[in-house]
Design a protein around this ligand. Structure first.
Ligand code: GLA
Length: 394
């Protein structure tokens, strides 16, 4: 039911070992980047709003070396899925088949090429503990780990904000997913024991300490896979742009509830509800950050539940399994040690995030796992994570 978190050091050692087994020599470079969980601020990043994620203690680690022979390409082995692929270093790096996992990697190499940075050929092997398709940013972890590897191979270090933007562009251009900036940002800039309040308009960041030993972040993977390239995400983005256009503002960041209400008659009912979620969520996010900072747990919890309800009813990116996991947590409630709970990430499956009292975490995990199985017939995967560090060289 729950699964073990292995430390970054152990994962790095294992990656080096597997590299050695596969390529017959030790790797010369090892880089890592974490997945993330978003505490609150969902579908706000591409609306110039606020997000409040943390890096989790789950990483993608890549080990690499120059090829032994005369190879002029990038060769990549994914140890988790036991798949290998290679691509030439032609300019620009060619795109892979649609939805192929190497597209995230190719896009990052292309981003460095555009900056005049050439890596030369490489043999690489990656290992990851970030669940795939679970809404915990396995793709951003892969992109940011790749960028960090290229930085160390070439000695060309990017400013972390530029690095995040390069990775976001890789995802847009090579993976076809019009994501916002949150995932790459937190994977590049996460800090141990801190949450990151990011203003996606100004890109100003504020680290908020989250080191109260009495509170844990519990992640419940519904094990319903999410698929963000499926069109639902891009459609939401368009609806937000349409709402902003009708309201006559550059983005929904510039709107408020009263403005929206006044424009209700001018708007399609669905577009109205999409905007209502975003405007409310942009307001809730800094409020939740303050509540967590001051230890006002009841307020933090209330805002998380409100976020989930809006994502479910107005934004329609939840699903029955996410709703079940949140409802079960809410039923356990304050008396049982649950502070708040909501779906996290893009939605349509994936994970929920809950703030829970440390003293009750084992009990809560057991109860959620059992009740979820009973309601859905699915086995959830549960784990806790402290806020971890962002991308690093090992
Ligand atoms: C995905 C995207 C992010 C963000 C979230 C929703 O994770 O990659 O940019 O939009 O969905 O908050």
């Amino acid at each position: 039911m729950s699964d073990q978190t292995i430390s970054l050091q152990q994962l790095g050692d294992e990656t080096a070992k597997q590299f050695q087994l596969r390529y017959g020599r030790a790797p010369r470079w090892i880089a890592a980047a974490p997945g993330r969980v978003n505490i609150i601020g969902e579908h706000t990043d591409y609306n110039d709003g606020f997000v409040f994620p943390m890096a989790i203690e789950r990483y993608t680690v890549i080990a690499a070396d120059r090829p032994a022979g005369a190879s002029q390409q990038i060769t990549w082995h994914c140890a988790r899925t036991n798949q290998s692929a290679s691509f030439p270093l032609s300019k620009p790096v060619p795109k892979g088949e649609p939805k192929h996992w190497t597209n995230y990697i190719r896009g990052v190499f292309a981003g460095f090429q555009q900056r005049g940075v050439d890596t030369g050929p490489l043999d690489a092997l990656m290992l990851s503990t970030v669940p795939l398709g679970g809404g915990l940013s396995s793709s951003a972890a892969l992109e940011v780990a790749t960028a960090t590897l290229i930085e160390t191979v070439t000695g060309h270090k990017l400013d972390p904000v530029e690095k995040a933007l390069l990775c976001q562009k890789a995802e847009h251009d090579y993976a076809g997913m019009p994501c916002g900036i949150m995932d790459q940002f937190i994977s590049a800039l996460g800090r141990k024991d801190h949450l990151l309040l990011l203003d996606c308009r100004s890109r100003k960041t504020e680290l908020v300490p989250m080191n109260d030993p009495a509170v844990e972040v519990l992640i419940v993977n519904t094990n319903v896979k999410h698929e963000l390239t499926g069109g639902g995400y891009a459609q939401r983005r368009k609806q937000c742009e349409e709402a902003a256009r009708i309201l006559g503002v550059p983005s929904l960041r510039d709107a408020d509830a009263a403005m929206l209400e006044n424009a209700r008659a001018k708007m399609d009912a669905t577009v109205f509800r999409r905007a209502r979620h975003v405007i409310g969520e942009i307001e809730r996010t800094p409020a939740a950050a303050r509540a967590i900072q001051t230890g006002d747990w009841p307020t933090a919890g209330r805002l998380m539940y409100a976020s989930h309800a809006a994502l479910r009813d107005d934004y329609e990116v939840s699903c029955a399994e996410l709703d079940a996991a949140v409802e079960i947590a809410q039923e356990i409630g304050d008396a049982g040690g649950v502070i708040g709970s909501r779906m996290t990430g893009g939605g349509f499956g994936g994970c929920t995030v809950s703030l829970v009292k440390t003293a009750s975490v084992a009990d809560i995990s057991r109860k959620i796992g059992e009740a979820y199985r009973k309601r859905t017939g699915i086995e959830a995967t549960l784990f806790v994570s402290r806020p971890g560090a962002g991308a690093t060289i090992l």
